[in-house]
Each structure stands twice: as structure tokens, then as C-alpha cells.
Design a protein around this ligand. Sequence first.
Ligand code: ADP
Ligand code: MG
Length: 237
Amino acid sequence: MEHDAVFRKRYNIHVSGANIPSPLQDFAELKTRYGCKPYILRNVCKLGYKEPTPIQRQIIPVLLSGRECFACAPTGSGKTMAFVCPILVKLKDATKDGIRAVIISPTKELAAQTTRECKKLARGNKFRIKLMTKALIRTPDLSNFHCDILISTPLRLRLAVKKRKMDLSRVEYLVLDESDKLFELGLVKQIDFIVKVCSNPAIVRSLFSATLPDFVEDLARTIMHDAVRVIVGRKNT
Ligand code: ADP
Ligand code: MG
């Protein structure tokens, strides 16, 4: 749509892929366009977010339409909310159907930070949101572990699957956050393993990054089908 192109240009949003949904004009569209529950808008308001950031404007509709995506936007541009919000909307309510969404962070500190942000956005809903802690991986048997959203580093998650029989076969949403860092830290083997064991054929994968080196683009191409690519600002800033 002509109108979308103008709007994207205004926010320096660059997209590639077929049939990309229109960017969000405001947070209220979460309700009017996607029927999201009031608790999310309440939390957004409480957090003091007045309007979506450029990456949020484009990625939220992309993920809500069920598309896989690959998003690149500078540090501090609100990428966390861009993937957490659609996951909350899509999961609707807490269930006990295994592990439903997995967010991979490169470090323990970032994983803890993402967990906190996730909990703030989910307040008022009964979602079980879990951080993969050292204590959790010490549990002898995790084969019946369930939660709506699990946040982990790749090393800990692989350990939980290999040694504690954690089952990732029902995961519906897999997010690789800070994928440029995941690479820099040499975690490619762990990522490959996680992508493989998240074997649900209906899974929606997404990849987030602050910079866009070739290896990140290559990963995006190998693990995702028909992904939408969204870049805010310039490629390597
Ligand atoms: P990134 O992952 O892109 O580096 P974060 O998701 O960590 O960025 O967000 C950076 C900061 O911006 C956080 O403190 C977050 O709470 C805040 N933030 C996120 N979305 C918005 C918004 N729409 N308006 C204002 N602040 C926001
Ligand atoms: Mg981030």
C-alpha cells in the first residue's frame, strides 16, 4: 500500500518480503486490529510507553500475522517488547501444554532482564514465565516441566534438554534475541541444536539483532521460511 510506504519512510523502517502487514499507528490498534486483551494496553500505559518504537510498529503486526521474521534495530530501540507483546497476544491465556514459547538470550544477565520485562508486560494475566536458572537445571527430571514462556541462554537450555530431558517439541514461538552476540560468543552449535529440538512444524521463529553482519543474515536464511526482514535505521549502527 502506498500509505504504508510513506509511513515506513517516516520512521526509517525498511522491509523486504511479500505481503507485509501495515505498521501500527499506535498501541490502541493492538485492540482494534488484533483484539488483544485490555491487560496488555494497561501494562504498556503503566510502563509509560506512549507510542510504539519504529521496530515495534512493524514487527508486532508481522508476528501477529503469524509470519517468521528477522529484525534489526539499534540497541535501546525496544526490541524486547516487539517480540514479547505478540507472544502474549498469541498465547492468549496460561495453559499446561508443555513449553509454549522460548526466548534465547546470549547471557544470563540479558536473560534475567528479558524475564523481568516479560513479567511486567504480562502482569494481570496468569502466564507462567520462567527463567532458566542454575537451580532449575539441577532438577533431575524436567520431562514434565511446563511454562508459557521460558527464557534461557543457549548453553543452559541445551543442558536441560540433553541431561534433564526437557521437552521442546511443542514450542510454538522461538525467539533468538541479540543474534549478533550469540554468534560473537560462539554459540552457533547450541543454537543449531535448539532449533532442531524445537520440532513443532507450526513453530514461528524470529531473530533479533542490533547489527546485521553476514553470518546473522545467513542464519536467518537457513532457519526460517518465507521470513519478513525488517531493518530500522542503517544496517550496522
Ligand atoms: P533493545 O532490545 O532494542 O536494545 P529494549 O527492549 O531493551 O531495547 O528497550 C530499551 C528501553 O526502552 C527499555 O527500558 C524499555 O522499557 C524501553 N521501551 C520499550 N518500548 C518502549 C516504548 N514504546 N516507549 C518508550 N520506551 C520503551
Ligand atoms: Mg534487546
